[in-house]
Design a protein. Structure first.
Length: 130
């Protein structure tokens, strides 16, 4: 992955287009709850978060936008102006247990295959579905 956030944001149009198409097609089937706590995992520069995901979210309690790259998280953090949105630099493999049962919804765009040993169902709040 390109770890230069400025260069990445200039070249991520394909990912943005594909994520937008996916969300246009399937978002209504996801049953995203109001006042949910949401994780956007592997968000990179947060272009997909800002332009495709965020406009579709109902009123939410908290959105955690994360990436393994500190450069990406710092860049993404400067793009949000909403106290409900937090940017966090983390490798989810290392934090998998600390977030157990924390999130109502988790979004991963184009990084699922890059995360070995991810136990996604454990990250959900107990009444949520994976």
């Amino acid at each position: 992955m390109n770890e230069d956030p400025v260069q990445y944001s200039k070249s991520c149009q394909l990912q943005l287009s594909m994520a937008t198409h996916f969300l246009d097609t399937y978002f209504n089937l996801l049953n995203v709850k109001n006042n949910a706590t949401i994780l956007d995992l592997g968000a990179g520069d947060a272009s997909v978060t800002l332009e495709a995901l965020l406009p579709r979210l109902p009123n939410f309690n908290k959105l955690v936008v994360s990436d393994k790259s500190k450069k990406m998280v710092d860049f993404a953090g400067n793009r949000f102006h909403d106290e409900r949105i937090e940017t966090v630099q983390m490798d989810i493999v290392d934090h998998n247990k600390s977030f157990k049962g924390y999130f109502d919804h988790i979004f991963l765009f184009f990084c699922f295959n890059l995360i070995p040993q991810l136990n996604t169902p454990q990250l959900f709040e107990t009444s949520s579905k994976c």
